[in-house]
Design a protein around this ligand. Structure first.
Ligand code: NAD
Ligand code: TDX
Length: 361
């Protein structure tokens, strides 16, 4: 069992990273220090951690605005804070953006990960009490037909530039374990949802569009399948890996919770009808089928027996409860939404989606 002391969290101002920082400071037995290294891209929002900054800032929580592509600054941070554990979330994370502009994905996801590994190689010479945990995705395994699951040993077959960049970073992490003996673990997780998720991803996008009475754009025929996991269950899994994960190992994480996109959006509409006191079917009439995502993976489904049996992890949040919690969070956090909408995100949406085809259901 490891006891992490000084954890470098990369991408801690993003969706999962901010939930992770809050989770380990408030809900785990962790009593050490967190250094959050984040470049604050469009997806990195300091507002995600104001409560943490207030309670723990400059005591057990430190923020450094650094690009992980800047090797010297990363190395300096490792040394200054005596980092013994890396939890690497920082990435360009949105598949659609990787289709329109893949370069940032190659820079951050591949070169950025490489820099962190190089800093670990230089600063952790001869140390066995350290761990580099790399947070990855089920998308590296490609796409499934109607049956079957992704296992830890499934061959990589990434399809989007995002998935290819994550696959590449996974391979680098494994290479540093085999070649240099750096203690590493990797987790490949399914789709997360919950508070603080940037509203380009399907669940917050649909919730906010419903709040604004806008169309609900479902790609293609809506029959693509994703496996959904509440973000806090993912955070708990990562925390268990930091403490008990075996060096060199990969752990799949998922919710055993497959939903066709159209069914997911219908569920969101049903819950929103109830929460907003609307007539049954009110929001569903906003569903519109739009042009499909190029190379849209049909189905993801992940087998996570390994983390369940070896680390005694299991998802704790039922899907309908998690969805209600998420809807309440977005409907109660208008300022968070408005701050994002007034910024660069809106311009990007207009540029890339302004002219896309929309057809009414
Ligand atoms: P996100 O886009 O919400 O957050 C990414 C964070 O990384 C942001 O705070 C951003 O500012 C930061 N960042 C980006 N480029 C950086 C750089 N060059 N230097 C420093 N910081 C940088 O992403 P997320 O959804 O929280 O995903 C976190 C990680 O989890 C990613 O590695 C992603 O691949 C992985 N993952 C996500 C999901 C999901 O459903 N969201 C599922 C499985 C795995
Ligand atoms: O407007 C939309 N309409 C729609 O039908 C959007 C944004 C998405 N979709 C579909 C595409 C996918 O089949 O919904 C599904 C989920 O889409 P996203 O939320 O963009 O997630 P996905 O592409 O599955 O990738 C996510 O899960 C794996 C994260 O963004 C990745 O970072 C993670 O690795």
């Amino acid at each position: 069992m490891r006891t992490p002391k000084n954890i470098l969290v990369t991408g801690g101002a993003g969706f999962i990273g901010s939930n992770f920082i809050r989770y380990i400071l408030k809900k785990s037995e962790f009593d050490g220090t967190i250094v959050n290294v984040d470049k604050l891209t469009y997806a990195g929002n300091p507002l995600n951690l104001v409560d943490i900054e207030e309670e723990y800032g400059n005591k057990r929580y430190f923020f450094e605005k650094i690009d992980i592509c800047d090797y010297e600054k990363i190395k300096e941070t490792f040394k200054r804070y005596s980092i013994d554990t890396v939890t690497h979330f920082a990435a360009e994370s949105h598949v659609d953006r990787s289709i329109f502009g893949p370069r940032d994905f190659v820079d951050t996801n591949i070169t950025g990960t490489f820099n962190l590994l190089e800093a670990a190689r230089e600063c952790w010479v001869g140390r066995e009490d350290v761990l580099f945990h790399h947070v990855s995705t089920d998308e590296v395994y490609g796409s499934l037909g109607e049956k079957g699951y992704f296992y830890e040993k499934t061959a990589y077959d990434p399809h989007s530039p995002y998935a290819a960049s994550k696959a590449s970073s996974d391979h680098l992490v494994k290479a540093y374990y085999h070649t240099y003996g750096i203690p590493i673990t990797i987790s490949n997780c399914s789709n997360n949802y919950g508070p603080y998720q940037f509203p380009e991803k399907v669940i917050p996008l649909m919730i906010i569009n419903m709040m604004e009475e806008k169309p609900l754009p479902v790609y293609g025929d809506g029959k693509n399948i994703r496996d959904w996991l509440f973000v806090e269950d993912h955070c708990n899994a990562v925390w268990l890996i930091l403490k008990k994960g075996k060096s060199g190992e990969t752990y799949n994480i998922g919710g055993d919770n497959e939903w066709q996109n159209i069914r997911l959006v219908e569920l969101l509409c049903e819950r929103m009808d109830v929460i907003k006191n609307k007539k049954k079917g009110y929001y569903q009439k906003h569903i519109t089928f739009v042009k499909d995502r190029p190379g849209h993976d049909r189905r993801y489904a992940i087998n996570c027996d390994k983390i369940k049996s070896e680390l005694k992890w299991k998802p704790m949040v039922g899907f309908k409860d998690g969805i209600d919690t998420t809807i309440y969070w977005y409907t109660n956090n208008n300022k968070w939404i408005e701050d994002i909408k007034s910024g660069i995100y809106r311009k990007w949406i207009e540029l890339n989606y302004g002219k896309r085809e929309v057809s009414l259901k």
